[in-house]
Ligand binder design. Structure first.
Ligand code: ASP
Length: 353
């Protein structure tokens, strides 16, 4: 069985919802789906979560705008959401920003469940959060198994759960990824598919580096390093539940479902180099490079940086990853130089011993 999670851009309007439904229906193994709240439809648009956070702080216009978007989507999809919309409008005032923010996923879950005619399982009953906002794994797995095992299909809203005291709390931003991983872990899925608006893990941040390519596979350990270094494709806290249960994660583009995406699993290893960099407040910049076995990356990396006038300091070199330090203001140039030399130019094979 496959657990899917669709991000906000993949559910931002009625046509995107139809596309997600088509993906789900294409494979009967896709039995459980976790949803984000609708995201931005165009540059300058506001995410539903941002509108609702404002609504939670008393902004009635933002609340009206969020509910109007759901009403418009429901009308275009031919489903009736008036009961839920009325309830949310009545419940939000006075319940604080986290409760308000959670209603984006709640309403989106109801909407998709109604369109698919699948059961809606409320994350408030299924996901147990500790007071510090992290998931109580054991209790969550118990609840998810009890609620989901009897069902053929279900839609679960991402991003929120309840504490043992019954308060609705949210994960950090982007936290629907965590809910998806929890559902996959609890159900012992054979695959966790995370559907987004990008092709997968890219060889470097495309906002900094041109000509990036999609990395076909990486290990969980490699992905954790990249997430810690700022790669934003997947929430770092979503790796643990699937890593523990050894469930592969597929990062897929819902706009181009035919593209292969990135596969993350225990046994996988990056076959092309992949870069991430992060500036620290101290003025230092950290650079991580996933290094495929067959390449002589340490030497290539150092020569590429020296040729760009950058002097790196080694922090560590393992068989599958390298860590270096440069000055934070050199990071963009360092990433571009490394990408050019190691990926666009193709690094040299490791010399034979
Ligand atoms: N809707 C929430 C956010 O915008 C959570 C998520 O999408 O994962 O951060």
């Amino acid at each position: 069985m496959i657990v899917c999670k669709f991000g906000g851009t993949s559910l931002c309007d009625a046509s995107r919802v139809r596309q997600a439904m088509a993906i789900l229906r294409r494979d009967g193994a896709r039995r459980f789906v976790v949803v984000s709240a609708p995201g931005r439809r165009f540059d300058g648009d506001e995410k539903i979560t941002d509108l609702l956070l404002r609504a939670g702080n008393g902004d009635d216009e933002a609340l009206a705008a969020a509910l109007a978007r759901f009403r418009e989507m429901a009308a275009a999809l031919g489903v009736d959401m008036e009961g839920e919309l009325r309830r949310v409008r009545e419940e939000i005032p006075g319940r604080g920003a986290e409760f308000a923010a959670s209603r984006g996923e709640y309403l989106c879950g109801h909407l998709l469940a109604r369109c698919l005619r699948w059961t809606f399982v409320d994350a408030a009953e299924a996901v147990c959060l500790r007071q510090n906002g992290t998931a109580d794994l054991e209790e969550t797995y118990r609840r998810l198994s009890r609620l989901l095992r009897p069902l053929k299909n279900a839609v679960v809203p991402g991003f929120y759960g309840t504490t043992r005291r019954g308060e609705v709390r949210t994960f950090p931003r982007g936290g629907s990824d965590i809910t998806g991983a929890l559902v996959a872990g609890a159900m012992g899925a054979r695959l966790y598919e995370n559907w987004t608006d990008v092709d997968g893990l890219m060889s470097a941040d495309p906002r900094v580096v041109q000509n990036t390519i999609c990395v076909p596979e990486v290990s969980y350990r490699q992905m954790r390093l990249l997430s810690a270094m700022g790669a934003q494709v997947l929430h770092p806290d979503s790796l643990l539940p699937v890593m523990r249960a050894d469930i592969p994660t597929a990062l897929k583009n819902s706009f181009h479902p035919e593209r292969p995406g990135t596969r993350i699993s225990g046994g996988a290893r990056a076959k092309v180099p992949c870069l991430a960099g992060r500036a620290l407040e101290s003025g230092a910049g950290l650079l991580a490079i996933l290094s495929p076995e067959a390449m002589d990356l340490p030497n290539c990396a150092v020569s590429a940086l020296r040729a760009a006038g950058i002097r790196p300091r080694w922090l560590g070199a393992w068989s599958d990853r390298l860590l270096m330090r440069v000055r934070a203001n050199c990071l963009p140039d360092a990433l571009r130089a490394l990408h050019h030399a190691l990926i666009e130019g193709g690094a040299k094979p490791r010399p034979q011993a």
